[in-house]
Structure formats: C-alpha cells, structure tokens
Design a protein around this ligand. Structure first.
Ligand SMILES: [Zn+2]
Ligand SMILES: [Zn+2]
Length: 270
C-alpha cells in the first residue's frame, strides 16, 4: 500500500524521479537519453514499457529533453502544461496530455499528482505533490529561485519532501561563472541556495515530515556536506527523520510513504 520515491539521478545533466506503487509507475521528468533512462531503470529491474506516464515539470533540457524519445520509443504517455509542451515541440494532438496548475492528475491505477506553480525564469515550471489516493503526500520540487505562500502551504505536512539545494552562496560568488550568470542563478527565477532551501524547509517541516532528499546540487557550486549541514542548521530542532542527497548518478536509494498502512495490513489490523 506504499508509494516509493526513487531519484534516478538529479542535476544539470539530467533529472528523473520514479514514483511507484504495486500497481503504477510514474516518472517526474525525463532529462536523460533513452538509453540512459533504460539503463537506470534496469538497475531497479523495471522495463520502460512498465511506466504509466511521464509528467514534465518544465521544458529545460535536463527535465524534459528526453520525454519525446521515451514517448516515441516505448509509447509512454506524456503530461505537461501548454507552455512546456510547445517549448519542447511535443505533438499537441495525441502526443501529450495537457494539465493546468492545481489540476489533479490521476495516472496509472492509483497515483495522483497535483502540479503547483513555482517561479523559474523563462519557464512555466511546476512542483508536484504526489499521493496514493488520499493518504500521505510526497513533494518533488526543483528549479525554483524562491517560494510562494502556495508552495509553503502544499509542502507543509508532506511525509516526504524532495527539493533542490542547488548552490552554496559563497562557492557560486567566488567561482568562475560570469556575473550575469551568477545573478541569474541567485535571482527569484533561478535556483535555491542551500541556505534558502534550509529557510524554506524551516517553514514547512513538522512532525509529519519523515524524509527529505536534497536534489539538483550544482557540481561546480556545491558540495553534499555543505548542502546537508546548511539545511540541517535550519531544521535541526524540527526534524528527526532521514535526510539524503541525490546526485547526478542514480538510482541509489528509495523512500516510502504510507508504509504504516502496509504494516497494519500485514499484521491483520486493517
Ligand atoms: Zn534543472
Ligand atoms: Zn530549469
């Protein structure tokens, strides 16, 4: 009865996150080549044809660049908003199912997703709240330069939160990028720094939050230990769950929500 969240890899060279129940499998984003997606799924003993749908957060290549090939090669249905579909050149007639912000998507037998708009320059980006029916919720949000009250409202009370911790502020500003790129990354429409991610999590983490995964770390401007220690500084008093980091290579681990139901079921209490 549980829903698993497994990052096949996150970062500027490709993102894909698998949500799976006993009955359904959904990918959030497909920023890998077809071959690379197949290789990563094979490590989980999953064939691409088993995927019930790919939801695309936004059109940037590291998130949507491999969606069309997955649709063409394995017939996996695609879901995105209008701007993302047009920017990716997806076939609007038959090639993709369009969704609107805050419109619930039911994919496969039992996975529901709610797309929440997030600020990200030049893109109509969304984060997703996933659930198996009406039970516990998991959040997968990436590529946002800041947050809104709406994001806070939806993240609060999620059992699992995957969120980007893109850069360490000092590393970015002392690093080799041009000033205009540094400004773009740290702007309202860019990416979250470790500190911002910590501040945001500080507003939403509560006793219901069991696991957090930090994603989309910049290989140039971040380090896993910096991301983890900065975030933990902000949530130390609030959070006793599991914190992990998803890097570009994966899959390395899975998290589960709704496991309590499974335990009760197997012990005959339900
Ligand atoms: Zn990205
Ligand atoms: Zn992006």
């Amino acid at each position: 009865m549980s829903l698993s969240i497994t990052h096949l890899g996150t970062g500027s060279r490709g993102n894909a996150t698998l949500l799976a129940t006993d009955a359904s499998k959904v990918l959030i984003d497909q920023g890998f080549s077809g071959k690379e997606l197949q290789r990563r799924l094979r490590q989980l003993e999953i064939d691409p044809t088993e995927i019930d749908g790919i939801v695309i957060s936004h059109h940037h290549g590291d998130h949507g660049g491999g969606a069309a090939i997955a649709n063409k090669r394995w017939g996996i249905p695609l879901f995105s908003n209008f701007r993302t579909a047009t920017a990716l050149g997806l076939d609007l007639v038959g090639g993709v199912t369009l969704f609107e912000d805050l419109e619930r998507l039911d994919i496969g037998a039992d996975i529901s997703l709610l797309p929440i708009p997030v600020p990200h320059d030049g893109a109509d980006n969304v984060g997703f709240i996933a659930s198996r029916g009406s039970g516990e919720r998991a959040a997968v949000f990436t590529d946002l330069g800041s947050w809104t009250d709406e994001i806070i409202q939806h993240l609060r009370g999620c059992s699992h939160i995957s969120i980007e911790a893109n850069y360490d502020h000092r590393r970015l500003w002392e690093g080799p990028y041009t000033n205009s790129l540094k400004e773009r990354i740290s702007s309202r429409g860019g990416h979250l720094s470790n500190q911002q991610t910590g501040e945001l999590l500080g507003k939403v983490v509560n006793e219901q939050t069991k696991s957090i995964v930090l994603t989309h770390l910049s290989e140039q401007n971040n380090r896993p230990h910096l991301a983890e220690s900065t975030v933990l500084y902000h949530i130390d008093e609030l959070f006793e769950g599991d914190i992990a980091i998803s890097l570009q290579d994966g899959p390395l681990f899975s998290h589960f929500i709704g496991q309590a139901d499974t335990e009760m079921l197997t012990s005959g209490l339900l």
